[in-house]
Design a protein around this ligand. Structure first.
Ligand SMILES: Cc1ncc(COP(=O)(O)O)c(C=O)c1O
Length: 388
């Protein structure tokens, strides 16, 4: 395998913005102040001050009150994904509704615990409610009411799209009609470049069944392994009943709480403009190189651009060519709820240097052209039409 020169595969923020010195100082202060607490097990909810800060984060963004006593600090939001699914699932083979293309970590966690995935078609506004309504009706007629709906409603991974408020309200209405909880994964909401942020589902509906998942991975660093669940009683107790690990890393929590003692805004103001430049380089590079044969998303936040390939790209050949030329990306199949090999790829732009993006996109573009069986111009004008 050749050396990876242009790693568009992994979704993480820019390492050069990691605040090493401030984290070192926060660690010294946190250890000094919290030495005694570190000698104890943290317990189910986790670090009090970090919960308060994350409640403030959510409350300020959404304009609603968030009770820190309803926040459970987890080992990354990945633990929150798994824990919430375990708490909501009753039997193996239970059904969950997911976006047709979704985060591979969630898909594999759900498959791993025995959930059956039903994919809801996407467009530029996220899950299509006409399709969700039809699928709910079909499943109901088969006696298979889903145990929950999993939605990445803001800067969706992999497509980057935001679900508009009107559609969120429609989803809330459908969920209420069938009495199904929504698990809202909002780990990208603060990785924001421009435009309005639509309100989170929990801010639009106070139904205590809905569960909200957050993370520090995308705004600080995944190595901290810190995320959280926001769940109101009685869901809160249900989540806690499935937790058997004596709590999350208290040291990492104490350091993050110290670093963010004045809120998350200051650091986001440093990282988001850096990421926005990379988003621009990625989409501008695609426009220069692939406008005649591909279409792609232009996300207002998050870390990914979703690219629709021509149908006649030999996808195994593209993978091989990209690998030979030092380009990594994730193919459509990795995100498909049923592992179908679809003509897409995801480009993660956050952690590459600007130079790597500028040089890498033309290399990828050459590989795409070489992997085609024709030179024909594209026949589609949007991301989700006529996919084979
Ligand atoms: C939608 C989504 N949810 C959850 C996660 C897990 O993140 P973490 O466990 O690092 O918080 C990711 C990571 O890429 C993600 O994209």
């Amino acid at each position: 395998m050749s050396e990876i020169l242009y790693d568009f595969g992994t979704g993480r923020s820019d390492p050069s913005t990691f605040p090493t010195q401030a984290i070192q100082a926060a660690a010294v202060a946190a250890i000094g102040r919290e030495a005694e607490a570190l000698t104890r097990y943290p317990g189910g909810l986790g670090h009090q001050r970090l919960r308060e800060l994350m409640a403030e984060r959510e409350g300020q963004r959404e304009g609603v009150n968030v009770d820190p006593e309803h926040l459970i600090i987890t080992n990354g939001s990945m633990q929150a994904v798994t824990l919430s699914a375990q708490a909501l699932m009753q039997d193996k083979g239970d059904t969950v509704l997911v976006e047709e293309y979704s985060y591979p970590g969630t898909l594999s966690a759900y498959r791993g615990i025995g959930l059956e995935l039903v994919g809801i078609k996407l467009d530029e506004g996220g899950m299509r409610m006409d399709h969700m309504a039809a699928e709910l009706e079909r499943l109901e007629s088969e006696g298979r009411r889903p145990k929950f709906i999993y939605a990445i409603s803001t800067y969706q991974n992999p497509t980057g799209f935001i679900m508009p408020k009107a559609r969120r309200l429609e989803m809330i209405e459908l969920a209420a009609r069938y009495d199904i909880p929504i698990v809202e994964d909002n780990c990208y909401a603060d990785v924001h470049y421009e435009g309005e942020i639509e309100p989170a589902i929990f801010a639009l509906d106070d139904n205590p069944k809905h569960i909200y998942l957050g993370s520090l991975s995308k705004i600080l660093a995944p190595g901290f392994r810190l995320g959280y669940i926001y769940a109101r009683p009685p869901m809160l107790e249900k989540m806690l009943a499935h937790r058997h690990d004596a709590g999350s890393n208290y040291l990492a929590s104490a350091i993050a709480a110290e670093f963010y003692k004045d809120g998350i805004g200051d650091h986001a103001a440093v990282t988001n403009p850096v990421l926005k430049i990379k988003r621009d380089l990625t989409v501008n590079g695609l426009a220069d190189q692939l406008d005649d044969i591909c279409v792609w998303s232009n996300p207002a936040g998050g870390l990914f651009v979703w690219v629709r390939l021509p149908d006649d790209v030999d996808r195994p050949k593209l993978w091989q060519l990209a690998e030979d030329n030092g380009v990594a990306y994730l193919p459509g199949v990795a995100f498909h709820y049923a592992n179908r090999n679809k003509p897409y790829l995801r480009l993660a732009f956050g952690h590459l240097t600007e130079d790597q993006i500028t040089r890498g996109i033309p290399v990828l573009a050459r590989c795409i052209r070489e992997a085609r069986t024709s030179n024909e111009a594209r026949t589609f004008t949007s991301l989700f039409e006529d996919e084979d």
